[in-house]
Design a protein around this ligand. Structure first.
Ligand code: PEP
Length: 252
């Protein structure tokens, strides 16, 4: 499986900044595009600018950072997967820990969002990961398994071709602390083995599991060299074209 690197810009990047980023990024990764899959999850207001700047470039996916579980309706402030598909998006991040932490997302709402994403022909990047307190309490495996099963509830084996998982220990997101390759790999192995229980070997082998949490150009190679780590979901290091390009090149 080709490694996959997805930028999560969070609430950053005005359209003009997004355009500048994309132009510079395309120049830097040109030669690498065939070795990796790359995506950019922009804030809603910059999706059109990213799309225009990428000019339909194959291998660079257009993404969003959340969506609602209805196609339309009285849900002030929300956006639907149907709308994102119409804008040209390829994928949607669902269940990011910042959504779980600050906006009350639960495994139940994450699975509904993932389902709707897939039903609309988009790929769902489903995020799971334990908090610092859970990590320190030694209950990482239990939390991750519970989130995995809950967030994929209702997703059939057929639908899994449109699912990517991102294991993101919350204590490593935006903190500068990265899980060591060994710690990350042990959780990725746990996820892979639960995927076998849930869907069987064929599905489990083909479902990408990305790592996220303070990945940088200089630590990505060690992480991606580990079994079951199929790429990265990248926050801070994806905000500059040169650092995201270096991360993609070093990680492949
Ligand atoms: C993220 O937000 O998904 C993330 C991994 O952020 P950072 O790389 O900044 O830790």
């Amino acid at each position: 499986m080709k490694p996959i690197f997805l930028a999560n810009w969070k609430m950053n990047m005005l359209p003009a900044e997004a355009e500048t980023f994309c132009k510079s990024f395309l120049g830097l990764v040109q030669a690498d595009a065939s070795y990796t899959d790359i995506g950019i999850a922009a804030p809603y207001t910059s999706i059109a600018a990213v799309k225009a700047a990428l000019g339909g470039k194959k291998g660079i996916w257009l993404g969003a950072q959340n969506c609602h579980w209805a196609d339309n309706g009285a849900f002030t402030g929300e956006i639907s997967a149907k709308m994102l598909k119409d804008m040209g998006c390829d994928f949607v991040i669902v269940g990011h820990s910042e959504r779980r932490q600050y906006f009350g997302e639960t495994n139940d709402t994450v699975s509904k969002r993932a389902l709707k994403t897939i039903e609309n022909g988009l790929r769902a990047v489903v995020c799971i990961g334990e908090t610092e307190a859970q990590y320190k309490a030694g209950i990482t495996n239990q939390v991750v398994l519970e989130q995995l099963k809950g967030s994929l509830a209702g997703i059939s084996a057929d639908m899994t071709k449109d699912v990517l998982l991102a294991y993101e220990p919350v204590w490593a997101i935006g903190t500068g602390l990265t899980a060591t390759p060994e710690i990350a790999a042990s959780v990725h192995a746990l996820i892979r083995s639960e995927l076998i229980n849930m869907y069987g070997n064929v599905v489990a082998d083909h479902l990408p599991i990305l790592y996220g949490g303070s990945t940088k150009p200089d630590n990505i190679a060690g992480l991606c060299a580990m079994p079951n780590i199929n790429g990265g979901l990248v926050g801070g290091a994806s905000l500059q074209a040169d650092s995201f390009a270096k991360l993609v090149i070093n990680g492949r």
